[in-house]
Design a protein around this ligand. Structure first.
Ligand code: NAP
Length: 266
């Protein structure tokens, strides 16, 4: 077999049904387009069906496969209805990517109960119960891959992100639980911790001069990440190339956790 064919076999997502939440967001749209371009049928889920259909059209116009489904991940009825419809239309879900996420920057001393609940309901509770619903079908197939989009904030904190960081740390704990409890059914679960990626979610950081300089100083590669920078690890974790990888969180951060940029020595 040719090298190209071997690579295709290892990483291909052909005939895989991939359910992606937050699919019309900054990172979600690029994941959707990237995975569709290597053969996945993309199940695009998000709050706003109109925005989703715009993403779906771009994918279908390029000759690939996508379907849009309205989903409020903070609502358990919406989760059940969405998964039921996806299964009726596709019979299976091979890969689940929990990408929907929100943040509101408030100091720990000032966080309201409403902010706390909203962030936790989407980032942690929503991902937990959507996974529970999807896993029922993965168990029937005796295969599956869950990819939880965690964050740099799960391990390294920015001011005003206490609840967000806690939700993302919780998501990595859930990743480990899914790994050990679902391995007997052939299901893997991994998390990705993006560093500082330029998207609408992080616009308040990148448009502020002093905050963006603070961040750049802490990124060895001296630039914000792009949603496309995340695609390689997601293809790896979604495909059979990662058949023995489960329960871990992988950082994609341009050298941020490693220590950022060195001091100038004179
Ligand atoms: P984004 O552009 O704001 O996208 C988030 C998406 O989630 C939006 O489309 C949003 O819909 C959707 N969403 C919000 N609440 C939802 C709900 N209740 N049900 C279903 N969907 C909902 O943010 P992003 O930067 O692409 O972030 C994507 C993921 O990466 C998030 O989990 C985030 O925490 C994580 N992350 C991002 C960075 C970064 O630097 N950007 C770094 C680390 C981790 P609406 O727009 O309609 O509200």
């Amino acid at each position: 077999m040719s090298i190209q064919k071997n690579l295709e076999k290892l990483f291909s997502l052909e005939n895989k049904v991939v359910l992606l939440t937050g699919a019309s967001g900054g990172i979600g749209e690029e994941i959707a387009k990237g995975l569709a371009s290597i053969g996945a049928t993309m199940i695009l889920c998000d709050l706003d069906i109109n925005k989703l259909q715009t993403v779906e059209k771009k994918i279908v116009d390029d000759g690939y496969k996508a379907q849009s489904y309205s989903l409020d991940i903070a609502n358990s009825t919406s989760i059940k209805d969405c998964v039921k419809e996806v299964i009726e239309n596709n019979q299976k879900i091979d890969v689940l990517i929990n990408c929907a996420g929100i943040n509101k920057r408030e100091l720990c001393t000032e966080v309201t109960e409403s902010t706390y609940d909203k962030i936790m309901d989407v980032n942690l509770k929503g991902a937990f119960f959507l996974s529970q619903e999807v896993v029922k079908h993965m168990i029937n197939s005796k295969a599956g891959s869950i990819i939880n989009i965690s964050s740099h904030n799960a391990v390294s904190m920015l001011g005003g992100c206490g609840v967000y960081g806690a939700s993302k740390s919780g998501l990595t704990a859930i990743t480990r639980a899914q790994c050990i409890e679902l391995a007997p059914y052939g299901i893997r679960s991994n998390a990705i911790a993006p560093g500082h990626i330029s998207t609408p979610l992080t616009a308040p950081l990148w448009t502020d001069k002093s905050r963006s300089q603070y961040l750049l100083d802490r990124i060895a590669m001296n630039r914000p990440g792009t949603p496309q920078d995340l695609l390689g690890i997601i293809v790896l974790l979604a495909s059979d190339a990662s058949s023995y990888m489960s329960g871990m969180m992988y950082h994609v951060d341009g050298g941020c956790l490693a220590g950022g940029q060195p001091w100038e020595l004179s």
